[in-house]
Design a protein around this ligand. Structure first.
Ligand code: CDP
Ligand code: MG
Length: 136
């Protein structure tokens, strides 16, 4: 079964959208196999977003992800990587489909509520970062 790494970013937690967001995935019959609420430290956040290092938005992105608690999940299901990216919607909420999480609730290109792995390889890398305690 395919799996992917999802984060509910600090704005999603603070706006009390955890239940709403998780419902999108569950209603599509995806399975939440691991879930935890944590405050990310800088090192973990930078490793997670390493491919964005050097971009003009990088420092602000790391500040945002580490500003408050987030929810980290491993989600499983057939084609989970692609389906979860569709459910989340494209990066900029202004461009995202209104039926997606970002289209419906996102407020800016930065504060866009959720993260999901963009490939099976990214998913495995990100799962090992956020769930290093699990020998999966
Ligand atoms: O999250 P997604 O894969 O859709 O987008 P990305 O292009 O991989 O960027 C990662 C994250 O960086 C986004 O979700 C935004 O939170 C942030 N970002 C930003 O603040 N400003 C940008 N111009 C692009 C991305
Ligand atoms: Mg990305």
């Amino acid at each position: 079964m395919e799996r992917t790494l999802v984060l509910i970013k600090p704005d999603g937690v603070k706006r009390q959208l955890i239940g709403e967001i998780i419902s999108f995935y569950e209603r599509k019959n995806l399975k939440i196999s691991y879930l935890k609420m944590i405050k990310a430290d800088r090192e973990v956040a930078e490793n997670h977003y390493i491919e964005h290092a050097g971009r003009d938005y990088f420092d602000k992105l790391i500040e945002y992800i580490t500003e408050d608690k987030i929810v980290a999940m491993i989600i499983e299901g057939e084609n989970a990587v692609k389906i979860v990216r569709k459910i989340n919607g494209v990066t900029d909420p202004l461009e995202a489909d209104m039926g997606s999480i970002r289209g419906k609730y996102g407020l800016s290109k930065q504060r866009n509520l959720v993260h999901a792995s963009d490939s099976i390889e990214s998913a495995e890398r990100e799962i090992s970062i956020w769930f290093s305690e699990l020998k999966l």
